[in-house]
Design a protein around this ligand. Sequence first.
Ligand SMILES: O=C(O)c1ccccc1NCC(=O)[C@H](O)[C@H](O)COP(=O)(O)O
Length: 233
Amino acid sequence: MPGAAPALCVKICGLSTTESLDWAVAAGADLIGLVSFEKSPRHVDLDRMAMLADHVRGRAGIVVLTVNADDERLARIAEAARPDLLQLHGKETVERASEISGRFGIPVMKALGIATREDVATARPYAEAGHRLLFDAKPPKDATRPGGLGATFDWSVLESLDPDLRFMLSGGLDPNNVGEAVNRLHPAGVDVSSGVESAPGTKDKGLIEAFVHKVREAAGRPLSAAHSRELLA
Ligand SMILES: O=C(O)c1ccccc1NCC(=O)[C@H](O)[C@H](O)COP(=O)(O)O
């Protein structure tokens, strides 16, 4: 559609039951996220990850997120879940991200903790290396995990961003603020975990539906599965 805004990809992260996977798919999510990080209330072990991935395969893109995982762990994840995307949410360098995507043949989305414009500037080398970007709130120094904290960051640091630097927005999004985020920042996608939960790790059907509805409303057009394929390509 000429002149239309690019479609928006919606990721619902931290899913750990078949029921909540079905809620996310039915609501229109493009991507579902499975957490492989033991300190997280959303962590799923390899057997559960494999079961969940097989349950949703073909109905949404499968993203598995890890934190500074070594090759042995990544090999087990790749075998168990056969993910469409690996989200690296630790201190992985550009070189490590490229090594992982090359070794396992799985595209990488690098999560970056954002607080200042200087943090945003660290994204360009990952993009130039062909990796997807997820901008999340920079975690506090005493945080027990680098993401899934339900905290927003100062979105104004993204307002002068080069429009060719496409990113998935994350961090403290919920049905009440995602519309503003979409209209202000025009991200390639949005990602949520805490904002669609009734308790840490417990997803809420109504909040998932409300979140996706608000994104669709703000984007002014149906969510595009083709766009999530583009994001995964
Ligand atoms: O979700 C977690 O528990 C988590 C643990 C360790 C690393 C990353 C984690 N989540 C990554 C995500 O992609 C979350 O969706 C993202 O951080 C946004 O979370 P929230 O602010 O709770 O919506």
